[in-house]
Ligand binder design. Structure first.
Ligand SMILES: Cc1cc2nc3c(=O)[nH]c(=O)nc-3n(C[C@H](O)[C@H](O)[C@H](O)COP(=O)(O)OP(=O)(O)OC[C@H]3O[C@@H](n4cnc5c(N)ncnc54)[C@H](O)[C@@H]3O)c2cc1C
Length: 427
């Protein structure tokens, strides 16, 4: 079994972008080479800015290369919660932004001819409990009447034609959500950013940031300092101590994925005949999909510890047990890949983007970053170009995690996890 992300292992080999000389000046410095940073670099460079992106490790080595490769519709909180917090009109605007974000991924893959298997596979939100299915009925109505989003309700019987599992009590099918190969997508974005003129410097961390009195910044990096008119923090859950303001506002949640051996087309089709993306309705739920080469990828929160080789193995065992409970026909199937990563959550479970003391940022996607990171990278490039109204998340603030002395180490997560796991066990 390989303890590396399937998506990075099956993408074409990356060029080495390390060891380059750091220029003295740039218009824009982007910190972080995930989807947010690459999308910002791409869009800003296309506007004619001289862009330097610095990445601590390799492009895609953060969450962007290690996720579930699902590009799904829908906001990170329930529509009822969004309406309660922000009012119907603002809730609708936010909902539309998440939908437009999926379109943004499609557009960039088309424009830049990124061969990453993007297709509108559709997503099944499957009900883990009978009452979750009842809640889906009113959700379907609300989505159609107030958010202009048509979905399809599938009873337990109807679900059989979509998913070969007796575990679930029905589903809500969203036909517009998309699947992609995120390893190939991230590589394609990096190449597109370079074609647009951005320079990518790998294995070069930003270590400090000084705001200059006349405007702009000096960014200290491992390989020298650089003056920049504008700087973008695109570090999400991998934010280190060089950007403490964000660490007080983000919670890193470990998420883990196992991928089976190739099952063959017939067996894979028998499991998920229409190749849908599957997400279950528990608090500590699972996300499930087929890979382009007919393996099953099965992900979830599993162990409530940060990802490291030992906790990944522990999570892999939990996920294998859960996978076999949902799909008993997979008992005995070999697991070929196992990995974990950090998902960036904000306290109010909504992504945040804007400008703080002249520094631009977009992060806290709460598990919806494949599409939102792409979209927010584009929005930040617009904001840097003098259009603050391009930020669909404007006005939402970015609350601190209200835990005394919190500085990014979420010691309380195992307690929250145990609470939600216990809730999931109740009927
Ligand atoms: C297991 C898992 C499954 C997920 N599944 C899904 C899914 O199916 N669909 C979905 O939409 N989202 C999913 N997500 C979330 C999604 O992957 C993220 O929201 C998204 O990738 C965030 O992108 P980003 O570019 O903002 O951050 P990242 O991809 O995390 O990139 C941040 C980068 O910043 C770099 N960095 C940090 N500090 C510095 C520094 N000082 N100097 C230079 N570089 C620095 C890091 O090395 C890293 O590469 C999942 C996440 C995980 C972990």
């Amino acid at each position: 079994m390989k303890q590396i992300p399937y998506w990075l292992d099956t993408a074409p080999a990356l060029p080495d972008r390390s060891g380059k000389d750091m220029p003295d000046e740039a218009d824009v410095v982007v910190i972080g080479g995930g989807i947010t940073g690459l999308s910002t670099a791409y869009h800003a460079a296309r506007k004619g800015a001289r862009v330097i992106l610095v990445e601590k490790d390799k492009v895609g080595s953060g969450a962007s290369g290690r996720n579930g490769s699902m590009c799904t519709q829908g906001i990170t909180i329930s529509t009822a919660e969004a309406r309660k917090r922000y009012g119907q009109q603002r809730a609708r605007e936010l909902y539309d932004a998440f939908r437009d974000a999926v379109d943004a991924v499609e557009e960039i893959t088309r424009t830049e001819e990124i061969d990453c298997d993007f297709h509108r596979a559709g997503r099944l939100a499957v009900a883990a409990k009978p009452r979750h299915f009842e809640a889906m009925r009113s959700k379907q109505r609300d989505l159609a009447e107030n958010f202009g989003h048509e979905t399809q309700l599938l009873t337990r019987g109807e679900l059989k034609s979509e998913l070969s599992s007796d575990f679930y009590h029905g589903a809500l099918l969203d036909p517009d959500s998309a699947a992609l190969h995120v390893g190939k997508y991230v590589h394609g974005l990096a190449e597109a950013a370079e074609r647009a003129g951005a320079e990518i410097h790998e294995r070069n961390a930003a270590t400090g940031l000084t705001r200059l009195p006349g405007g702009g910044f000096v960014v200290e990096t491992l390989h020298g300092s650089i003056r920049a008119k504008q700087v973008m923090a695109a570090t999400d859950a991998y934010t280190d101590r060089s950007l403490p303001w964000f660490r007080k506002r983000l919670i890193n949640v470990g998420s883990f994925i196992i991928v089976t051996e190739p099952l063959g087309e017939e067996r894979a089709k028998a499991l998920i005949p229409n190749g849908r993306l599957v997400v279950d309705s528990k608090n500590i739920g699972h996300y499930i999909r087929l890979t382009p080469d007919n393996r099953l990828a099965f992900g979830g929160r599993a162990a409530f510890t940060p990802s490291n080789p030992a906790s990944d193995v522990k999570s892999g065992d939990i996920l294998k047990r859960d996978m076999t409970a949902s799909f008993p026909q997979l008992a005995g199937v070999r697991i070929d890949y196992l990995w974990g990563g950090r998902v960036g959550f904000s306290w109010d479970r909504i992504p945040h983007a804007g400008e703080v003391n002249g520094l631009y940022y977009a992060m806290g996607y709460c598990g919806h970053g494949v599409q939102m990171a792409t979209y927010m990278g584009r929005a930040v490039a617009e904001m840097m170009d003098g259009r603050p109204e391009a930020n669909p998340l404007r006005g939402l603030g970015f609350p601190k995690v209200p835990v005394p002395f919190y500085n990014g180490t979420a010691w309380f997560l195992p307690f929250g996890g145990a609470y939600y796991q216990a809730k999931d066990k109740l009927r």
